[in-house]
Design a protein around this ligand. Structure first.
Ligand SMILES: [Zn+2]
Length: 328
């Protein structure tokens, strides 16, 4: 029912690294974060692949990367909805030897070289998600027992000490785990089953990260402004009438500013003014900047001189985000 959407966090990190000088002191933190997000996505893809290739005996819907709001917002890596129960899977891919501690909950990783790191326990995340989804369902008068498991996406992960009360699975163990769950005699009626699936999709709200400058405390001035050429990759396209021109490779691109403005909102802040737009895109004329901003379908606030524009980053995720992939 729902595939994972592009990660705006990942897009922001990549965009920020491309605009900071290569020797900037924050480059290594940004690229480490990028690597960890990419590894996480890789793990989720692996689990999604197992779920796609398996033929479940029960009628079901599968949702990947679902963000919902109950008491607070919560994000579920994978949800399998059947008429009899729901299954929440929390995916982790942390290499090395893993020790799940219960009091207090913590995940301790010991790498091959002996280095130790501690993480928030995925058991806590799973418990929280189960509780929040349960509240979300109750608010909609739906009674559906929920089960959950933590999935270690890569077999090279070694569980030295498992958690006391939570199931830990490798991806290939997911189908037998689901098939072995107790099937009570209560069952959602076909109408309720379908309604719940569309309600889950409709209530999904993609996660919008804070701008990089805010999250990492990097001054605006550290970033290079300008419009990047998608053909040769160089910053510094020049605004001509109705198009952008790259002095390096001589190509023209009339929509070159579109992806750059999205970068603005991911890197700098949630709003942009005419002046900020001129400085960022390196355009001198305020009427040109005004035409560009007006063409972008941005929401605006304020009067002419101090008008601010806002981009709905959620909209940029819509195409391809929700595909009618129904496994039933
Ligand atoms: Zn070029």
């Amino acid at each position: 029912m729902k595939e994972r959407s592009d990660s705006l966090t990942l897009k922001g990190l990549i965009a920020a690294q491309g605009r900071l000088p290569t020797n900037h002191h924050m480059q290594s933190s940004l690229s480490a974060k990028q690597a960890s997000i990419e590894a996480g996505i890789g793990g989720e893809e692996r689990v999604a692949e197992v779920l796609r290739s398996y033929t479940f005996p029960l009628k079901h819907h599968i949702f990947h990367d679902l963000s919902l709001a109950s008491d607070s917002t919560f994000q579920i890596d994978h949800l399998i909805q059947t008429p009899i129960f729901g299954v929440i899977l929390e995916t982790k891919n942390i290499s090395g030897s893993l020790e799940f501690k219960d009091h207090p909950p913590q995940l301790i990783q010991t790498k091959d070289d002996g280095q130790k790191n501690s993480y928030e326990s995925p058991v806590t995340q799973l418990e929280r998600n189960t509780e929040q989804l349960s509240l979300w369902l109750t608010a909609r008068n739906i009674q559906l027992p929920l089960f959950g498991a933590v999935v270690l996406a890569y077999p090279k992960q070694i569980v030295a000490v498992p958690p006391a009360d939570t199931t830990i699975l490798f991806p290939n163990m997911i189908p037998p785990f689901i098939n072995g769950l107790p099937q009570g005699d209560r069952k959602l009626k076909p109408d309720a089953f379908r309604w719940l699936a569309s309600e889950l999709v409709n209530r999904h709200r993609p996660y919008i990260p804070k701008p990089i400058c805010e999250s990492y405390q990097i001054p605006f001035g550290d970033f290079q402004p300008g419009v990047r050429c998608t053909t040769c990759g160089k910053l510094g396209m020049i605004k001509h009438k109705r198009t952008w021109h790259c002095p390096a490779c001589k190509i023209n691109d009339s929509t070159a500013h579109v992806k750059e403005l999205q970068e603005w909102f991911l890197i700098f802040k949630r709003s942009i003014t005419n002046r900020e737009c001129r400085e960022f895109l390196q355009v001198e004329d305020k009427y040109t900047a005004n035409r560009i901003l007006q063409s972008m379908d941005f929401r605006s606030e304020g009067t002419f001189k101090d008008r601010k524009y806002f981009m709905d980053l959620r909209k940029s995720l819509q195409p391809g985000d929700i595909k009618p992939r129904i496994h039933s």
